[in-house]
Design a protein around this ligand. Structure first.
Ligand code: WTA
Length: 690
């Protein structure tokens, strides 16, 4: 055994000479990181890992594509087995496991009852520490999901209707998701921290008639009054009439919101559920290619994109990756700190882990409240052994309590990071302190559109390399192109646009109601549009990346007008258009400013219409408007009112110049601008203000 392990650990990565990456293209991908050394997983980890067979990479190599993905689909229970693994006859619209039928809720709940019925499926950790943990066994989950599914049907929710959610991090969120899945309805959860306007836009787009929300929840010691936002959302809907608002109570039987209930529209779920005690609903057998959920994400226009995810392909992919990559065993206690309102929570708190009978922890609060030891107390209390979070959280926890982990008795076997590039130095703190030098780390690269992780190392099979996500996941073949579509060779030190060569089951099906935008955004840059051969299509991820000689990828960040704040994608256009709704504002430009904790924060530059004067109050007003339109996460850290924007002769705002000013870098040659003199003026203002 040790010999086998040694063989696996060696020869996987070739030796390489340290290089510095070139600076290519947009500022966003200009990074100078040195090559890092490799760190091997501990033998103890390898011994217990789900996937220790190096042969998997061969099994999932191009010559076995697409049949290789049968291995993931076979982790599920199918009511009817599929007849065709991949139908690529109409690229880039790909269909997986065609002819198959299944139910996602059945796969995440019912099928575990016999073996794991009395084991916790979900552990809810409330924010107030004097409230006890709630252990929801698979049997209890089954009961609650069935009863709620029956209630939904009686509320008029039909198969393939989209139900919009605006829910915080509570067990009732996955219960609602699974109930929808059970009756074949599509759910669309909007991140709980987003504004009522954001909810209304998404509900309009999805034509939802039912909104599911909660009266209140805890955040940093405060009970947030959440139901009031639902009333605003309903009023803000332009195209759709939300007929019913279903309200969970944070404390069942004790309505905790100041917002009144609207007769005939609002229902307290816990009250109505009284009539559904013991009710069972047969899970609806659904075609694999039907839609499980929508997840809206930011793009380069102000309108969010409803990423439409399938049942069969998606669930297969998240089951497979939860098992092989996140190494979840039914005996483990797995805790992912992401919010279920983002894709990470959908795939790796709810669907992936539950599909393989995991115990998944849901935490209501923030990891640094009331103090930086909070996460480690939860880890100790619950014997968490797989811990999953984002670089922003890691930086935050480190800042608040760099030595806090030492004080607690917990042991992680695996730790995960997702959402943004992690600096090697932060990675090392995560490894040494949080992981106590014992845990294996996986850096997982993917996007809302992808359904599941597409770039990462299977933890027992590849060495760790701080700052790199690793290679393509099995069956995923990333490739880096330059602007002209030439492949950039690995080890060249050059950055380019990372793309994926072949479709995979977890990938979204299209953008809800907007197939043209789907093709345009993801397949127009490097694909031969019109071709009937699916091999002519390359998925364009919109991230810059470099590939080291050893094959591992380092993701450098977004190259489009999307800003990644604390691991969440915000559309620059969305923020700019919100700013533009202030009557004083003539023009707005958003840039990403580097921040030691959040990685990136939003700087907003604004030029006013004639007749308006800059003032502190106006800056604050614009900042608050963005906060209410989109959500607190999008609130600019600074608003700079400037006399004019730097512009090209054709009138385009030069964000590159503003970006350089915000980040205290040289602006480069600005002589070709229409108004080069403005650059000094803005620079003095911004840098003087700091
Ligand atoms: C970034 C989150 C570096 C990337 C799952 C991507 C990452 C965007 C990583 C997607 C990583 C995600 N290393 N960057 N491990 N993971 N990103 O849609 O820019 O919220 O395009 O999905 O986050 O964000 P999204």
């Amino acid at each position: 055994m040790p010999e086998m392990i040694k063989q696996r650990q060696e020869g996987i990565f070739l030796p390489f000479a340290p290089t510095e990456y070139n600076v290519v293209g947009e500022e966003a991908i200009a990074v100078h990181w040195k090559e890092e050394e490799l760190i091997q997983p501990k033998e103890e980890f390898i011994r217990q890992a789900n996937m220790t067979d190096v042969g998997i990479y061969e099994r999932f190599s191009e010559k076995n594509y697409p049949e290789c993905f049968k291995e993931y689909a076979d982790m599920l229970d199918w009511d009817r087995y599929w007849t065709e693994t991949l139908d690529a006859s109409n690229p880039p619209f790909f269909k997986w496991f065609v002819g198959g039928k299944l139910n996602a809720c059945y796969n995440c709940v019912d099928r575990h009852l016999q073996k794991y019925g009395n084991k916790a499926a979900i552990i809810f950790a409330p924010e107030p520490e004097d409230e006890s943990y709630q252990f929801i066994t698979y049997r209890e989950l089954h009961r609650r999901v069935n009863e709620f599914a029956a209630l939904l049907l009686d509320m008029g929710v039909k198969e393939n209707d989209v139900v919009t959610f605006h829910m915080p991090m509570v067990a009732e969120l996955p219960i609602s998701m699974l109930a929808c899945a059970r009756i074949g309805a599509i759910h669309s959860e909007v991140f709980g921290g987003f504004s009522s306007k954001a909810v209304a836009e998404r509900a309009d787009d999805a034509e939802s008639k039912v909104l599911i929300t909660m009266d209140s929840y805890y955040r940093s010691g405060k009970l947030i009054d959440h139901k009031a936002r639902a009333d605003e959302s309903v009023n803000l809907c332009k195209e759709t009439k939300i007929e019913k608002v279903l309200v969970w109570e944070r404390y069942p039987g004790k309505y905790s919101s100041s917002a009144p209930l609207v007769e005939g529209r609002d229902y307290l779920i816990n009250d109505v559920l009284e009539n559904y005690r013991g009710r069972r609903m047969e899970p609806l057998s659904k075609p694999a290619e039907d839609t499980l959920f929508l997840m809206y994400t930011s793009g380069t226009t102000a309108r969010p994109k409803g990423c439409q995810h399938s049942i069969g392909g998606y669930l297969s992919y998240v089951a497979g990756t939860s098992k092989y990559l996140f190494d979840i065993h039914p005996e483990d206690t797995y805790w992912c700190l992401a919010d279920i309102g983002w894709i990470t929570g959908h795939s790796y708190i709810v669907y992936g882990p539950l599909s393989i009978a995991a115990t998944s922890v849901i935490f209501e609060g923030t990891p640094t409240y009331p103090d930086a030891g909070r996460s480690w107390r939860i880890a100790e209390d619950l014997h968490v052994n797989i811990f999953h979070t984002s670089p922003t959280m890691i930086r935050m926890i480190r800042k608040e309590g760099p030595d806090e982990p030492d004080k607690y008795d917990y042991h992680f076997k695996l730790m995960c990071t997702v959402g943004e590039p992690i600096e090697p130095e932060v990675w090392r703190w995560y490894y040494d302190k949080v992981g106590k030098g014992e845990a294996t780390i996986i850096d997982t690269w993917w996007q809302t559109e992808n359904g599941g992780v597409i770039g990462s190392n299977l933890p027992a099979l590849r060495a760790m390399k701080p700052g790199s996500c690793g290679t393509g996941m099995p069956g995923i073949y990333p490739i880096i192109f330059d602007e002209d579509g030439n492949e950039i060779e690995k080890g060249s030190g050059k950055a380019g646009n990372i793309c994926i060569k072949r479709p995979w089951p977890g990938s979204f099906q299209t953008i809800w109601k907007d197939p043209d935008r789907y093709v345009e955004t993801y397949y127009s840059k490097y694909s031969k549009l019109g071709s009937k051969d699916y091999r002519d299509y390359y998925y364009f991820a919109g991230d810059g990346a470099v590939q080291a000689a050893d094959g591992s990828f380092r993701i450098l960040g977004r190259i489009d007008d999307v800003i990644n704040v604390a691991g969440h994608r915000l559309g620059a256009k969305e923020i700019e258009s919100s700013s533009g709704t202030n009557e004083e504002v003539a023009e707005s430009a958003v840039v990403a400013k580097k921040d030691p904790i959040k990685g990136t924060v939003v700087d907003l530059y604004v030029a006013l219409k004639p007749g308006f004067e800059p003032s502190k109050e106006l800056e604050e007003k614009i900042r608050n408007k963005v906060g209410t339109d989109i959500g607190p996460i999008a609130r600019p850290s600074s608003v700079y009112i400037v006399p004019d924007m730097p512009k090209t002769r054709s009138g385009k705002i030069m964000r590159r110049v503003l970006n350089a000013i915000s980040n205290q870098r040289e602006c480069g040659d600005v002589t070709s601008l229409a108004n080069p003199e403005i650059v000094e003026v803005i620079k003095n203002k911004v840098q003087g203000q700091r």
